[in-house]
Design a protein around this ligand. Structure first.
Ligand SMILES: Cc1cc2nc3c(=O)[nH]c(=O)nc-3n(C[C@H](O)[C@H](O)[C@H](O)COP(=O)(O)O)c2cc1C
Length: 365
């Protein structure tokens, strides 16, 4: 049908019309001047593709793995809180959609549905995203996640303090929906809310997690550990040396610290720093199959999407998220064909052009 969404931006436009203004702003906003949010897109657009023709691509394979979990394409569902602001079925709808697309979902600590409800609904692999809320709550969350069948713990590290999302401040936006993982615990909201909130929120900052606590976290579970929000090679190196199984290069969609490089620009230094000792993933700004190929061509194993999940949910619920994922699948396949590539896990070198003035440049002494 002519009016069906044909790309992720069509879902974005529909979601903006469908959602109340303040909910839209909560999803769409970046921190402060939103420079990093914009840069997440512009840095992808500055990379160009070097297509290769006259090859047979009949056997093309876009399925891959994340820490041994089979996924049907190199695109996964990022952890993101409060799917309920976009659709009443919230994370259960997203989990069903991810399962229909045979891909992996990372479930946020700040979900509206509980992790057990999501595990019940899911048919694809699940990883649990952990916001550290002090040792006792972390221990409880990690044990429950393992028990419920989640296959990895993804510790988000880029939220040491609440995020300055000025649109939310201006709107006096408050997240009032239930945080399902803390149901019936009778804890004050400031103890269970994360720092993915605005400074206007009263969020407990007691007992932050540091590198010293990583061994303690490891000791809680036999599940593999992924660090989300790694921005620089130095931290990636520490993570790999401490034996984490994966790093997720992320700017949190530009929602935390503004004025950083985009995620894709930091990939080269992070891939170099981990020296193949752990898997590298990316999120922030991925909207097209060509973005997926660009990230993979730079050494990333799989990429995640954040805001587009809400766009799908707000437009068509579970079907919308599924369609968003399927549109990306189609685009990944098409760009693979244009590049004459037969396996996302084994891409040829020199598939992209990187302009001379792209990326980190040098650091100040
Ligand atoms: C509304 C919203 C809520 C989010 N909540 C979380 C969260 O609870 N935990 C987390 O680790 N990341 C969270 N994120 C960040 C995403 O996991 C991801 O890093 C980001 O959305 C990727 O960028 P993109 O939106 O440009 O795809 C959230 C993002 C959005 C848009």
């Amino acid at each position: 049908m002519a009016n069906d969404p044909i790309n992720l931006y069509d879902y974005e436009a529909r979601a903006k019309l469908a959602l109340p203004h303040d909910n839209w702003d909560f999803i769409d906003a970046g921190a402060m001047d939103e420079i990093t949010t914009k840069r997440n897109r512009s840095a992808f657009d500055q990379l160009s593709i070097r297509p290769r023709f006259m090859r047979s691509v009949e056997e093309r394979k876009i399925a891959t793995t994340m820490l041994g979990q089979d996924i049907s394409m190199p695109v996964f569902v990022c952890p993101a809180g409060s799917h309920g602001i976009a659709h009443p079925d919230a994370e259960v709808a997203t989990a069903r959609a991810a399962g229909r697309s045979n891909t992996l979902m990372m479930l946020s600590t700040s979900s509206n549905c509980s992790m057990e409800e999501v595990a019940e609904a899911a048919t694809g692999p699940l990883w649990f995203q952990l916001y550290h809320r002090g040792k006792a709550l972390t221990e409880m969350l990690v044990h429950r996640a393992e028990e419920a069948g989640f296959k990895a713990i993804v510790l988000t590290i880029d939220t040491p303090v609440p995020s300055p999302k000025e649109r939310d401040l201006r709107n006096k936006f408050e997240r009032t929906l239930e945080l399902g993982n803390f149901r019936d615990l009778n804890l004050p909201r400031n103890e269970i809310s994360g720092t993915d909130e605005t400074p206007g929120w009263d969020v407990s900052r007691a007992d932050p997690i540091t590198w010293k606590d990583l061994e303690w976290l490891r000791g809680l579970t036999s599940l593999p550990l992924v660090l989300k929000g790694v921005r620089v090679g130095e931290d990636a190196k520490i993570a790999a040396e401490m034996g984490v199984e994966g790093v997720l290069v992320s700017t949190h969609g530009g929602r935390q610290l503004d004025q950083t490089l985009s995620s894709i620009e930091t990939v080269p230094e992070i891939v170099e720093a981990v020296k193949g000792n752990c898997e590298v993933y990316l999120d922030s700004g991925v909207r097209r199959g060509s973005d997926v190929l660009k990230a993979l061509a730079m050494g990333v194993k799989a990429v995640g999407i954040g805001r587009p999940l809400y766009w799908g949910l707000a437009t068509e619920g579970e079907d919308g998220v599924h369609n968003v994922l399927e549109l990306l699948r189609e685009e990944v396949g098409r760009v693979m064909d244009f590049c004459g590539q037969s396996d996302v896990g084994n891409l040829e070198k020199n598939l992209i052009n990187i302009p001379n003035n792209w990326g980190p440049g040098s650091t100040a002494p």
